[in-house]
Design a protein around this ligand. Structure first.
Ligand SMILES: [Zn+2]
Length: 216
C-alpha cells in the first residue's frame, strides 16, 4: 500500500489558488451577476469569449458601448431605448388609440414580443405597495392620467401582474380613470395554454373560475 499523494487528500491546494488572473476572475464575477447566469455558466461564457475574441468579444463590446452611450428612458412611456421618444412611441404604424399599462419595462418587452397588442404602452415603474411604502405619486400614474387627458385614447388595458399589489394598482388606476371616456380592460388571469389543472396553484384556479365565460 503506497501512501496517498498530498493532492489526493484534498488538503494540498491552498484556498487562495485561482486558475485565472484577477482580470478574468472579475469578468466571470460580473457576468455571473446577470439574470439566468450563475458562476458556472459565466465561466463557460468567458471561456467561449476568450477562445474567439475577434468574433465574439469585440462585437459584444462595441454593441454594449453603443447602447450604453445612448441609453435613455422614453419621456412619453417610460420604456428604455437608445432614442427618445422610444421606438414604440415613434412608430406611426402603432394604434394611438390603445394604451397598455404595465408595471415594469420587462413586462412591456414580454407583451410586445408576443406581437398581440398593436397599440402603445405606459410603464408605471413599479406597483403600489403599502408594505414597501410605494404611493401613487411614486410611480408614473399622474403621467398616465395626463396622457389620457390629452385625448385620442379609446382603450386602456391594465396589464398588471396577478399579484395582490398588482391588482390593487390596477384597481386604483381604474378608479382614477373612471371620469374619462375610455374603455377599460384588464388581462384575464387564468389557465395558461397547455396548463394542466393539477399543476396550477389555487390562486390561478380561483381566478380562472371567477373569470369563467360561456362555452362558445
Ligand atoms: Zn416610449
Amino acid at each position: 500500500m503506497c501512501k496517498a499523494a498530498p493532492w489526493q487528500t484534498g488538503v494540498y491546494v491552498p484556498k487562495d489558488w485561482t486558475m485565472a488572473s484577477q482580470e478574468i476572475e472579475n469578468l466571470v464575477q460580473a457576468l455571473a451577476r446577470l439574470p439566468g447566469l450563475g458562476p458556472r455558466s459565466a465561466r463557460r461564457a468567458v471561456l467561449y469569449l476568450l477562445k474567439r475574441p475577434e468574433t465574439t468579444m469585440k462585437p459584444i463590446l462595441s454593441a454594449m458601448e453603443q447602447v450604453e452611450a445612448n441609453l435613455v428612458t422614453c419621456t412619453i412611456c417610460g420604456n428604455v431605448d437608445t432614442k427618445d421618444p422610444c421606438q414604440i412611441c415613434s412608430d406611426p404604424r402603432r394604434d394611438e388609440k390603445s394604451l397598455c399599462v404595465v408595471e415594469e419595462v420587462s413586462d412591456l418587452w414580454a407583451l410586445d414580443k408576443s406581437r398581440l397588442f398593436p397599440g402603445k404602452f405606459h410603464v408605471l415603474g413599479g406597483k403600489l405597495s403599502a408594505l414597501d411604502g410605494v404611493r401613487p405619486e411614486d410611480i408614473s400614474i399622474d403621467k398616465l392620467l395626463k396622457r389620457v387627458e390629452q385625448g385620442g385614447i379609446d382603450e386602456v388595458v391594465l396589464a398588471m401582474n396577478a399579484t395582490l399589489e398588482g391588482q390593487a394598482t390596477a384597481h386604483y388606476i381604474a378608479e382614477r380613470l373612471e371620469s374619462f371616456p375610455v374603455r377599460l380592460s384588464q388581462l384575464s388571469h387564468g389557465i395558461p395554454v397547455g396548463g394542466e389543472l393539477d399543476y396550477l396553484d389555487e390562486g390561478t384556479l380561483a381566478q380562472a373560475l371567477r373569470s369563467r365565460r360561456p362555452v362558445e
